[in-house]
Write a protein that binds this ligand. Structure first.
Ligand SMILES: Cc1cc2nc3c(=O)[nH]c(=O)nc-3n(C[C@H](O)[C@H](O)[C@H](O)COP(=O)(O)OP(=O)(O)OC[C@H]3O[C@@H](n4cnc5c(N)ncnc54)[C@H](O)[C@@H]3O)c2cc1C
Length: 410
């Protein structure tokens, strides 16, 4: 039996597209090159530790994630709102006073920006919450750095807190990401948590895949080309359908369809360490608020979700922004030397488990617009995070609106 729709790629965009089509009674098949679903959202188990393929989090306020995911079944574990910032004088707390009023005093006293800067966080937060999400993504656009300066933030607040915090989300420290993305992130963090599923980020695509009709997924099936009325597989097989949806990443889409422009990419490296115990015992993001150093932020994953590490062990995810040229061993030694200044000689007991390098982590989206779902050729569609916000939300929304456009043609 032939399918109405062929979807290429079983990342979040492809999976959400398929779920929406099947919800409307349409038939589809997903062709995925890899041996599992998830795309950029995968988790490997190494020596009993759960290592996401690059540190990442789900913002629980993402509307599309709320629509398609069963959060209770994912057993989400949230980070504390706000962060702790390492400066020359130690680790200081910058909490969200609306969410954690008990930390208001510590936050106001932290030597990270002025009192006015801390109030400006509140005004930026309320600006980001005004209007609909669509309206936020249509506001006048500049870079995040320019928008923060225009909002009045002082250099100290930007350098010590906003640069590592937002930079860790955008995977770049220049803060050249769209101000629309910055407001989108502020809004999501004001309205929900940053969280991980108890057993790793891959639980997200796995849950989506479990909702598909039997026989929808064909793994280990790379597509070589978009052919008339279908696709040609690397194996040489031809498959036909009325619609083809390319749900690969932006580079893959441009390889299959020359009319799609290949995006530039943000890269990141996550160095995973195991240790006998956590240096902080707190489910919080730890930011490098000092000038210089390789580390942008650290998350003790086992403090957030105990199942990320075997019983009695701690798992640290240390994030470096950009690509690194050093070997894994040299990089791990540099990171350990740097973090010894944060937490003393206990860091020497840490052992590197794995270094995860993701060159194609986030597509650069400037200007940032939600691309309308329309065919790039008759019957050929493109979706993915390179068509929307570069995020879990953007990938899922792009997949869903593409399915909507196929279901209900304009
Ligand atoms: C390290 C890292 C950190 C991140 N942090 C966050 C975060 O904290 N919060 C957040 O919201 N987002 C984050 N993201 C972004 C988020 O993971 C992505 O936006 C999202 O997963 C993209 O999904 P997608 O379906 O668009 O693309 P992908 O996940 O790239 O899926 C594309 C799929 O297509 C398949 N494919 C490619 N070519 C072919 C072919 N020719 N034939 C068949 N199949 C093919 C691929 O194997 C893949 O499975 C992060 C990403 C990374 C990598």
């Amino acid at each position: 039996m032939s399918n109405e729709v062929i979807i290429v790629g079983a990342g979040l965009a492809g999976l959400t597209c398929a779920l929406r089509l099947q919800q409307a009674g349409r038939t589809c098949v997903i062709l995925e090159a890899a041996e599992a679903v998830g795309g950029r959202l995968r988790t490997d188990v190494v020596e009993g530790f759960r290592l996401d393929r690059g540190f990442q989090v789900l913002l629980t306020a993402y509307p599309e994630a709320r629509r398609w995911l069963d959060y209770a079944a994912l057993d989400l574990r949230a980070f504390n709102p706000g962060a702790r910032v390492q400066t020359e004088t130690g680790l200081h707390r910058v909490a969200d006073p609306f969410r954690q009023p008990e930390h208001l005093w510590a936050t106001l006293r932290a030597p990270v920006g002025s009192l006015f800067d801390k109030l400006r966080i509140a005004t930026l937060r309320s600006r980001a919450r005004r209007g609909s999400l669509e309206e936020v993504l249509q506001r006048p656009e500049t870079t995040t750095r320019a928008a923060l300066q225009a909002h009045g933030f002082g250099a100290d607040m930007i350098e010590r807190f906003l640069r590592p915090w937002l930079g860790g989300i955008f995977l770049e420290r220049e803060l050249s990401t769209s101000s629309r993305m910055m407001e989108f992130v502020f809004r999501m963090l004001a309205e929900g948590d940053a969280a991980v599923p108890a057993r790793g980020m891959q639980a997200i695509p796995d849950q989506l895949a479990a909702g598909l009709a039997a026989g929808t997924l064909r793994l280990n099936t790379p597509v070589a080309a978009v052919a008339p009325e279908g696709v040609r597989l690397v194996s040489g097989e031809h498959l036909c359908a009325a619609h083809v949806v390319i749900a690969t990443d932006g580079a893959g889409a441009s390889g299959l369809l020359p009319e799609v422009t290949a995006p530039a990419w943000r890269s990141t490296v996550t160095v995973y360490f195991q240790a006998p115990h956590s240096p902080v015992d707190e489910a919080t993001l730890l930011l490098n608020g000092q000038a210089g150093g390789r580390v942008n932020h650290v998350a003790v994953m086992s403090d957030v979700a105990a199942d990320y590490a075997p019983f009695g062990k701690a798992l640290m995810a240390v994030s470096i922004l950009g690509a690194a040229v050093e070997s894994d061993e040299v990089l791990a030694a540099q990171v350990q030397a740097e973090l010894t200044a944060w937490w003393g000689k206990q860091v020497r007991e840490w052992r590197m488990l794995k270094t995860v390098r993701v060159r194609h982590a986030l597509p650069v989206r400037l200007p940032l617009v939600s691309e309308p779902a329309r065919p790039v050729r008759p019957g050929v569609w493109v979706c993915g995070d390179h068509r929307d916000t570069a995020s879990i939300q953007g990938a899922m929304q792009s997949g869903r609106v593409t399915a909507d456009a196929i279901i209900l043609p304009a």
